[in-house]
Design a protein. Structure first.
Length: 169
């Protein structure tokens, strides 16, 4: 078997190129965002086109941002857009105070909250909301402040009533 060194070098170069192609399946600018929509739940959906082909797929910004190899296939401008929408979903409050009303029977404020998973609002007292760390973290800052203030005011009112009751007894 008589193999010339030049053929062997070419063969090794070919293997090296194929290995590099496998390691980096997506070259820069392999994908582009063609549309940004929101589904009925308000979640952001990206329509992504494979450049040079007619194929389009949908995914969330979080899915793209969590996949480094896929992210490398986008332009810098698209990466900025993906990052923006991925972080907006994280910061968006999940619950919102719809109604705040005083119930004399309980002598407490009741809050009606919009829940992302149900059409019916959730009713909770300020104290119940304050004790639910997961729920309070999913409120916007103004609503969380209102709940905290109401909880403190109700607690102060109960303590004052207790002190007055003890003085009478």
């Amino acid at each position: 078997m008589n193999v010339k060194p030049s053929h062997l070098i070419e063969y090794f170069n070919w293997i090296l190129r194929k290995y590099q192609e496998i390691q980096q399946p997506y070259t820069p600018d392999s994908f582009r965002i063609v549309d940004i929509t929101h589904n009925k739940n308000g979640k952001c959906i990206l329509k992504v086109q494979v450049i040079g082909k007619a194929s389009i797929f949908e995914c969330t910004p979080q899915e793209v941002a969590s996949n480094d190899q896929l992210l490398e296939g986008f332009s810098k401008k698209d990466i900025r857009t993906i990052t923006y929408f991925a972080t907006q979903e994280i910061k968006k409050p999940k619950y919102k105070i719809l109604i705040q009303e005083f119930r004399e029977s309980l002598n407490k404020m009741i809050f009606k909250l919009s829940a992302p998973s149900s059409a019916e609002p959730i009713e909770k007292t300020a104290e119940q909301i304050s004790l639910d760390k997961d729920l309070i973290s999913k409120l916007n800052a103004e609503d969380a402040h209102l709940v905290g203030y109401t909880t403190a005011a109700e607690q102060a009112s109960r303590e004052k009533e207790e002190m007055e009751r003890l003085k009478r007894d």
